[in-house]
Design a protein around this ligand. Structure first.
Ligand code: HMH
Length: 219
C-alpha cells in the first residue's frame, strides 16, 4: 500500500478543497500579519462553541476506540484530556480580548458544523468513519496554524500562542497518530465504509471552509 495510506490519496484527489481549508484567507492573513483583530475575535467565540461540541464527539470516538485497540484508545484519550485545558484557554483569551462567551451569536456555519459533529457522534457511525472525521478536523487546524509559524511568517506576536496550540510539533505528532489509525482502519474496512469515510472527509473540509469564512467575513 501507499506509504501515506488511503488518507494521503484522498488529500491528493481533493487537493483544491484540502488547500481551501488549510490555506484559507483567514489563516493566511494571520500568517502575513494583515488579520483584522475583529476577525480573530469572531473566530475565537465561534471556535469556543465548536470545541464544546467537539467534547461529546471525541468521547464517542473514545468509546469506539476502546473497543478496537488499547493503543488507539490512548491516542484519543490524549486528545480528549487536552480539551479541558483548551476550553480554559478559550475563556482566558476571550476575557483578555473582551469577547463575551455568555451571549454570543452562533453563526449558521458553526451551527451546521456542530450538527455534523452530533450526527457523527451516533453509535451507529462506523469507527473507521468517525476516526477519519476526527483526523481530518484536527489535521486542518494543524496544517493551517503550523503554516502561520513557518519560515517567512509575519504573524502578530499576540496571536503566536494561539497558532502554537495547533501548530506545535506535539500537535503534529498527535495528528500523525490519528492519520495512521485512520489508514489502518480504512485498509481493513469494507468498500461501502471506505466510501462513507471519503464522503465524510470531503464534508469536513467543506464545513471547515465555511467555518473560516464566518471568521473572515462580515456579520
Ligand atoms: C472548527 N476545527 C475547528 N475547530 C477546532 N478547534 C479544530 C478543528 C481543532 O481542534
Amino acid at each position: 500500500a501507499d506509504a501515506g495510506g488511503i488518507t494521503k490519496t484522498w488529500i491528493k484527489k481533493h487537493v483544491i478543497l484540502y488547500t481551501g481549508a488549510t490555506r484559507h484567507p483567514f489563516t493566511v492573513r494571520i500568517r502575513d500579519g494583515s488579520i483584522d483583530p475583529s476577525a480573530f475575535k469572531r473566530w475565537l467565540a465561534q471556535d469556543y462553541v465548536f470545541v464544546r461540541e467537539f467534547v461529546p464527539f471525541m468521547a464517542s470516538v473514545l468509546i469506539k476506540a476502546s473497543k478496537q485497540s488499547p493503543e488507539d484508545m490512548e491516542v484519543v484519550l490524549g486528545g480528549l484530556a487536552s480539551l479541558s485545558g483548551e476550553i480554559d484557554w478559550f475563556k482566558r483569551e476571550a476575557s483578555k480580548r473582551d469577547v463575551s462567551l455568555a451571549n454570543l451569536t452562533v453563526h449558521n456555519a458553526t451551527r451546521n458544523y456542530c450538527r455534523l459533529l452530533e450526527k457523527l457522534t451516533l453509535p451507529e457511525v462506523e469507527y473507521a468513519v468517525a476516526i477519519t472525521a476526527f483526523w481530518a478536523i484536527e489535521a486542518v487546524y494543524q496544517e493551517s496554524f503550523a503554516h502561520c509559524l513557518e519560515d517567512g511568517n509575519n504573524t502578530p506576536p499576540e496571536l503566536v500562542e494561539a497558532c502554537q496550540r495547533w501548530g506545535s510539533p506535539g500537535f503534529r505528532e498527535y495528528c500523525r497518530s490519528l492519520q495512521q489509525i485512520a489508514n489502518r482502519c480504512l485498509e481493513k474496512a469494507p468498500e461501502h465504509v471506505v466510501a462513507a469515510a471519503e464522503t465524510t472527509f470531503i464534508t469536513i473540509l467543506e464545513h471547515e471552509i465555511e467555518f473560516w469564512n464566518v471568521s473572515s467575513g462580515g456579520t
